[in-house]
Design a binder for this molecule. Structure first.
Ligand SMILES: [Zn+2]
Length: 421
């Protein structure tokens, strides 16, 4: 909501991290008009035009940086450990309300934009409607609605299964008609019971039909890939963001394939590795183990998750050092990873070799680039939307300072976080 009582808002802070990855600015100011950044600079140089009325927000020695952009969320999710096959049995009304709750938690924790990578039926489109009506608040929403899946494939239970190029194109057009900002596909199986996690799903021709149609309509495509063949099919077909992207063969063995990295670099595609998702599972199950009530199935899950996390970290570290660009997305609230802790995924990026500054860029500028919104979001620069996070301490020195949220500013206005739940 724009405050019409003032012509400008002037934000002052001890440190400014602009999201571009360059030098920080000390004693900085940002001048905002109608929710848009007009000037960024040191406090002496940034002044409003003479005679203009100015609201000043002086944050003293605090740090300002771009509002965080989580490029992979599931607003439908509950984060209590239930799998997608169980989540989807809940009625749309409940999932829409849960989505509203998650959206608010994202915003309160410093995330000013989310890309939702798959929800049941029209639940997220309904959330958007409620936000537009002022019924609830949320970060900026980049929606796919329903992910496109093969029959019985991963996330097919959300309601958009397609077979053959004609049906794939039809699904893209239908979703865009309903309000999709991008297209999410599942290029391999996953946790969905009827799917084959380490096998490709769509054919290359089907993926090509999807990306061609989406790109033609100005929309990007993100693909869930939990095996190497799925990554290759997707990158060869022009997919823009690869989700998970682990180098796994169809017999479940991890095997780093340099040609995948070459394809990433050649295409300029982003990898959203969702590192914390598996680590959170280990955290929760180890807690249960320590409390002495881990079931046999959970105990097997724990061992598998520990092994996979180790292998995934190794492979993603190698991809990073070989030049693959990461976009930061949490995958919350899927399985055990609850909404409101995007910071843990940012910290996980540091664990695979990014500096704190690079990790921040992956969660701001590069996340915006992967969502095709970097013309208006992702950095504190002139003519961009004033979505700003205020934290205590310098997060480029110690990334943990990202958790010290002081204020969240969306569209140039401070978000009222009083009613945090
Ligand atoms: Zn996901």
């Amino acid at each position: 909501m724009i405050d019409n009582n003032y012509d400008f808002t002037l934000i002052k802070a001890g440190l400014l991290v602009d999201g571009n990855g360059g030098n920080n600015l000390h004693k900085a100011s940002v001048l905002i008009q109608n929710g848009v950044i007009k000037f960024v600079g040191n406090q002496e140089s940034v002044v409003a035009p003479e005679g203009a009325s100015v609201k000043v927000l002086d944050y003293g020695d605090k740090t300002i940086l771009p509002g965080l952009i989580d490029c992979h969320v599931h607003l439908n999710g509950i984060g209590d450990g239930r799998v997608g096959n169980d989540l989807v049995t809940l009625p749309d009304e409940v999932l829409t309300l849960q989505s509203a709750k998650n959206a608010r938690k994202h915003l309160y924790s410093g995330v000013t934009t989310v890309r939702d990578c798959g929800a049941k039926n029209n639940t997220t489109f309904m959330l958007r409607k409620a936000v537009e009506m002022g019924i609830t608040i949320s970060p900026r929403l980049i929606l796919t609605g329903r992910p496109i899946s093969i029959v019985g494939g991963h996330l097919g239970y959300f309601g958009e299964e397609a077979t053959g190029e004609v049906e794939c194109v039809k699904s893209v057009r239908k979703l865009i008609k309903q309000g999709a900002d991008f297209i999410k596909i599942t290029a391999t199986g996953g946790s969905t019971i009827t799917s084959l996690p380490f096998r490709p799903s769509f054919t290359k021709k089907e993926i090509q039909a999807i990306t061609f149609e989406a790109h033609k309509m100005g929309k990007h495509v993100a693909a869930h890939c939990s095996s190497s063949e799925g990554i290759i099919n997707s990158l060869d077909s022009g997919v823009d963001t690869i989700i998970h992207g682990y180098h796994v063969e169809s017999d479940e063995t991890f095997n780093y394939r340099p040609e995948i990295t070459e394809k990433f670099i050649k295409n300029g595609a982003f990898l959203n590795p969702t590192l914390f998702q598996g680590r959170k599972t280990v955290e929760v199950l180890e807690l249960k183990q320590n409390q002495g009530y881990l079931t046999r199935i959970e105990s097997e899950m724990l061992e598998t998750a520990k092994y996979r996390n180790e292998k995934i970290s190794e492979i993603v570290s190698k991809m990073v050092s070989d030049g693959v660009q990461l976009a930061c997305g949490s995958d919350a609230s899927w399985t055990y990873y609850k909404t409101g802790d995007f910071q843990s995924e940012i910290f996980a990026h540091v664990s695979v070799g990014l500096s704190p500054m690079q990790a921040i860029v992956s969660a701001t500028k590069d996340s915006a680039r992967s969502c095709w919104i970097d013309d208006k979001l992702g950095t504190l620069s002139e003519n961009k939307i004033a979505d700003i996070l205020v934290v205590d301490g310098d997060p480029t020195e110690d990334i943990n300072n990202l958790r010290n949220v002081v204020d969240v500013i969306s569209n140039g206005e401070v978000v009222d976080r009083e009613n945090f739940i």
